[in-house]
Structures are given as structure tokens and as C-alpha cells.
Design a protein around this ligand. Structure first.
Ligand code: 9MR
Ligand code: ZN
Length: 601
């Protein structure tokens, strides 16, 4: 009934095949220089939030390592045979070890040596030193190293808030914008009563470096935050990222509620859900949220958006119930109304976004691949309906729904799932339910699929120079895909506890925090040499040299980055025009928040 399509990594190229440049103005990437950035670092140095800094030859997780987990550092092949772990303050060696023999990393073409200091567990601040080569950035070893990662990831979401004033600080930098996009959104593309009525879509988060709001990606991102809360609520209660506090709810759930509240506004009178709020043509790269004056419109509804809405509202009803039963009830009702629409729909609704082409006076189409004509976050798969069914069943325990679900569960779990493979999320959510009415055979089959995927992730992690669970897959949003493997590993470990599943988890975070070919953190405002020029309009439009904090950039993209694809592991450039490797997006940040959440003390 729900069908299963694969879709795996065609995603990145899909946008290109459609002739679209999502993430930027449709016509061309818009490279430009933020003139407020201090220029002129010395050769060999890069700008960091604290000034010009030389990259370090020894690459580490520049935030830190948990005492009981793997601890790896990597350097270009050298004559050195040994390394030292130095106490950062005394600079005395606390551990000496052997470097591995050099080995070629095919992803980057670099020959590398590795230092393993996993056996050292004493909390403190350290660096890795290799005689004749140099040192790593400083990092911590400690039980709470991921607390700041989780807090910053949530601060990243806070900074993406739309429709309300936002003000946050990091160090001495103060980031702010007044309430934006208060006219959200025109209903002219909606049919019937919805097209005539005034309908406010204000609120939520900006999706990415653009200001669009997309139901499918909002729901997908929320699923990670809500699942994190269910798994780690005790620890997450201590994450305080909202300036001035959140009020009654814990900050984590208050942040998620900002987007859930906006999603209610996407639902139309017949229960269906608008695919997105967007513009015809993206504003220029340095337009701030409040100076973005283009008309924003509700897109017509889509099956994908409606099903994802059902799923996330049903999930939210479960998660918010203990804290706010009335809100939980409202969420469940909205989910049921949307599901009733889907049940009555004769055929899947595609978003039909292609009737808006800007024309000149003579009627010539000026922008044949306008943003709004692009099916952002649209996939032909029906696994969105499976995800909806699973979450609804977890809310209402309807046995008929369970029968349908169990006959439609995917037989495999993609190691690299993203917004277009929510069937994988459905399987994970099915397995996490404690409902005894599940068929033991279906549970076993789903567990086997999950464990097989986690085993592949472990094998990839072991084979990859930097411990990447998705190995050499480098495409649009690969950092998010990489961190999403943590959800598979964690879920697999819950059904079949396996030390390798646990060991591979933190290595994914190591990668985005500096244990990578660049030796740089890929989260703004965090760790060593973080991105300074993300494709993120609020960052480009303000006068602060460092970008808005807590945002994970998309990461190496050898398929369609502006950087050479022969060594895909190097295909990231910290330039504002490179939206294919250097944009930010809520589904990537959600994976970061989720991954860090499970590693808190
Ligand atoms: O994250 C999306 C990625 O998986 C797709 O390959 C890419 C092309 O379709 O689009 C990415 O999402 C972008 C979205 O379509 C529009 N806002 C910016 C998003 C991040 O680049
Ligand atoms: Zn806004």
C-alpha cells in the first residue's frame, strides 16, 4: 500500500537535472565578498572568529572527546613514527604512542598517518604533537564535551526563527533581527476558500540560507529533535539556549514548538497541507530577513507535505503529552484531519509549483527555472504515507493501521537517508514503539534491516580515513547525512547492543568538528577554524565578521560543488557563493543536535 522506492543519492543531482540552483538565486550562484570581513590574513592563514589563524597539521575533533570513546587524530604522511598527547597548559606529554604507517585516502588523494589515543581517559585540555610535523588544535577530553555542541545546534535553530524578533550573543558578538516575514503569505495560489481567505503562515524557522519554509523539511527536522527528546530528555532538560529562557516548556521543546506552531498554519481547510511558503526568485545573497520584501506565497498542497504533517503532528502529540496535554490534543486532531484528507484523496497531489514563471512585458519567461518552480523537498516516493501511518498508530494504536504498516515496512534501511527517505524513519519509529501487538516476525525483519544498515555504517567507519559512516559518499548535505547515521547506530544498538555501533557514533561528530581533511570545524562559531562564509543570508547581510553561530554547513559535495570532483573529500569551499557545499539547513542542524543529544552526560 505504501510502496517503497529507493532514491538514495540521486537527490543531489536531481536539482541540477531540473535546471535549478536551489539555495541561491535560480539563475546563477552569486559569489560576492562580505566587505565587512577584515581582509588580509598572511599567506597560509585563514580568518577565524578570533582573527587570522594558521591551519594545524594534525587534525582532531577540535571540540573534544568523551573519555570512554575512540580518540583519533590524523596527519599527512610524514617521517615521524610517534606522537605525543600534551597537556595543553603544562605542555608535558601525558601519553606517547605509535603513528600508523601511511596509507592513501582515496577520497582526498592524501597519504595519511593516524594517532590513536583512545586509551587516555583523564579529563582535561590537550593537543596532539608530532615531532617534525607540528601540533593539533587544542581540545577537551571530558564527559560533557557535547553539551556546548547541543546548545549551539539549538542556538542555530533559534537564529533561524522567522516572524519574531531574534537576538542572541556568542562571545562579544551580538546577532539580531527584528520580526521578519510578517506578511507570510499570499494565498493567491490556493484554491477555494483558502485562496480567498487571509491565512497567516507567520513563524517557524527559515529553512536554510534562503528564507523559504518547507513543510516536508520542517517535519523531517522536527522528527530528530523530538526523537532526541524522547531518548535523552533528562540530559536535554539542561540545555538552555533560548536567551531569556523559554517559559514553561524546556528550551529544547520550546524551540521545536516554534516550528510546530507554524506548521499548523500550513494546513488548509480541507485538511491538506501546503507544500511550502516561498518566493518566485530568491532575494540577493545579502538581503537580511527584514529587508526581504518579495511576495511570499503558500504553495498548493502536496501529498508529501500532508503525510509528513500527519507524521510530525502525531509524533508531537506523543512527545508533548506529559508536559502539555491540551497542545498534544491539538496536534493529534490536526494529524487526524490531514490523514482523513489523504484517505479520501483519489490520487497523490504533486506540489504543482510550475505555473509561476516571471515574465517581462512581452510575456517572455524571464526565469524558466525560478526557485518556486522547483519542487523543493518533493519526492515521488510514498514512504511519507508510511511514516504518517507509523506515527498515527503510535498515537492511536489502531490495529488496522498496524496491519497496513507491517505489510509495507521497508526491507532495508539506507545508510544515507535524508528528507526523501522517511520510510527509514518510519521503520526506526516502528521499532521504538513498545506496543506488544506488533508481529514478532515483522519486528525481527525490521530489526535485521536496521542492524544490517548499522553494520554497513560500522564497516564504512572502519574503512574510512576519517571514520565516515557513509564512506566516500560526498554530495549535497553530506554532513547531515553523515550525522544521521548516528540515529541508525543508536537505534540498532537499542535492538541489538553492539560495542561497534556505539564506537562509530562519536566518530561522525569527530568528522564535522575537525577530524577531517580540512582540519576545520564545520559548525559556525564552534571549534577550530569554523566556516566564516556560509551561504546564509542573515550572516552575509549583517556587519558582523563572523557568521551566525551554531549552523552546520552542508559539507563536501563532489557531485556538484564548484570544487573539483576528482577528490570528492576535498569538495568544500568556505565561500558564500558555494551553496552546494557551504549552505546551512535545518535538517542538517537537526542531525547535529540529535547526534550530540545522545552523548550528553
Ligand atoms: O538539502 C537538499 C538536498 O538534499 C538537495 O540535493 C538539494 C537540491 O534539490 O536541495 C537541498 O535543499 C535546499 C532546498 O531545496 C532549498 N533551500 C536550501 C536547501 C539546502 O541547500
Ligand atoms: Zn523570516
Amino acid at each position: 500500500m505504501f510502496g517503497r522506492t529507493s532514491g538514495l543519492i540521486g537527490l543531489a543531482s536531481l536539482g541540477l537535472m531540473l535546471g535549478c540552483d536551489p539555495g541561491s538565486s535560480p539563475d546563477a550562484p552569486q559569489p560576492y565578498v562580505n566587505s565587512t570581513l577584515p581582509q588580509g590574513c598572511a599567506t597560509g592563514e585563514l580568518l577565524s572568529p578570533t582573527g587570522c589563524v594558521a591551519p594545524k597539521p594534525v587534525r582532531v575533533n577540535s571540540v573534544g572527546y568523551l573519555p570512554e570513546r575512540m580518540k583519533l587524530a590524523t596527519l599527512r604522511a610524514s617521517k615521524a613514527k610517534t606522537f605525543d598527547l600534551l597537556d595543553a597548559k603544562t605542555r608535558k606529554s601525558v601519553l606517547s604512542g605509535k603513528l600508523t604507517a601511511s596509507a592513501l585516502d582515496p577520497d582526498t588523494g592524501e597519504s595519511l598517518q593516524r594517532a590513536d589515543f583512545s586509551s587516555f581517559k583523564t579529563p582535561g585540555r590537550y593537543l596532539v604533537s608530532v615531532a617534525g610535523v607540528g601540533e593539533s588544535a587544542e581540545f577537551a577530553i571530558g564527559g560533557a564535551v557535547y553539551a556546548e555542541v547541543a546548545r549551539l545546534a539549538m542556538l542555530g535553530f533559534y537564529g533561524q526563527r522567522c516572524g519574531s524578533a531574534v537576538e542572541l550573543t556568542l562571545g562579544s558578538a551580538k546577532y539580531a533581527h527584528a520580526a521578519c516575514h510578517l506578511a507570510d503569505a499570499s494565498t493567491e495560489l490556493l484554491a477555494g476558500a483558502d485562496g480567498k481567505s487571509k491565512h497567516s503562515g507567520v513563524g517557524g524557522w527559515h529553512d536554510a540560507g534562503d528564507y523559504g519554509k518547507y513543510t516536508a523539511n520542517a517535519a523531517f527536522s522536527l522528527a530528530f529533535l523530538l526523537r532526541a527528546w524522547e531518548e535523552s530528555s533528562a540530559a536535554l532538560g539542561g540545555i538552555k539556549h533560548i536567551p531569556g529562557g523559554a517559559g514553561k516548556l524546556p528550551d529544547w521543546l520550546a524551540e521545536a514548538k516554534v516550528q510546530l506552531d507554524q506548521l499548523f498554519t500550513m494546513q488548509l481547510t480541507d485538511g491538506s497541507v501546503s507544500h511550502q511558503i516561498g518566493v518566485e526568485v530568491f532575494p540577493a545573497g545579502d538581503v537580511t530577513p527584514t529587508s526581504d520584501g518579495d511576495t511570499r506565497r503558500f504553495a498548493p498542497p502536496s501529498t508529501v507535505a500532508t503525510a509528513d504533517f500527519v507524521a510530525i503532528m502525531a509524533m508531537a502529540s506523543r512527545v508533548y503529552k506529559p508536559l502539555d496535554a491540551a497542545y498534544a490534543g491539538k496536534c493529534l486532531k490536526a494529524a487526524e484531519v490531514a490523514q482523513a484528507f489523504l484517505d479520501g484523496a483519489a490520487a497523490p497531489l504533486r506540489p504543482k509549483l510550475d505555473h509561476l514563471g516571471r515574465t517581462d512585458a512581452s510575456g517572455k519567461v524571464l526565469c524558466s527555472s525560478c526557485w518556486f518552480t522547483h519542487d523543493a523537498y518533493f519526492s515521488e516516493t510514498q514512504d511519507d504515507e508510511l511514516w504518517a501511518a507509523v506515527e498515527l498508530w503510535r498515537a492511536n494504536h489502531d490495529p488496522k493501521l498496524l496491519t497496513r504498516i507491517e505489510s509495507s515496512l521497508p526491507s532495508s534501511v539506507s545508510v544515507n537517508f535524508d528528507w526523501a527517505q522517511v520510510g527509514d524513519l518510519a521503520l526506526l519509529e516502528y521499532l521504538s514503539a513498545s506496543d506488544p501487538s506488533r508481529s514478532p516476525a515483522a519486528v525481527t525483519a525490521a530489526s535485521d534491516a536496521l542492524v544490517a544498515s548499522a553494520t554497513t555504517i560500522v564497516n564504512n567507519t572502519k574503512a574510512s580515513a576519517y571514520g565516515r559512516g557513509i564512506g566516500a559518499m560526498y554530495y549535497w548535505g553530506s554532513n547531515g547525512v553523515l550525522l544521521r547515521t548516528v540515529m541508525i547506530l543508536r537505534a540498532a544498538n537499542a535492538v541489538r547492543p553492539t560495542p561497534d555501533f556505539v564506537a562509530a557514533e562519536s566518530q561522525q561528530l569527530d568528522y564535522v568538528l575537525g577530524h577531517n581533511a580540512f582540519g576545520r570545524s564545520m559548525v559556525t562559531g564552534l571549534g577550530f577554524l569554523p566556516p566564516m562564509n556560509p551561504h546564509h543570508r542573515p550572516s552575509s547581510g549583517d556587519s558582523i565578521p563572523a557568521p551566525w553561530p551554531g549552523l552546520l554547513i552542508g559539507g563536501p559535495n563532489g557531485q556538484d560543488s564548484s570544487v573539483s570532483a576528482s577528490t570528492p573529500g576535498l569538495a568544500w569551499s568556505d565561500t558564500v557563493g558555494d551553496f552546494r557545499s557551504n549552505e546551512v539547513a535545518i535538517n542538517w542542524n537537526a542531525a547535529l543536535a540529535y547526534a550530540a543529544a545522545g552523548l550528553l552526560p
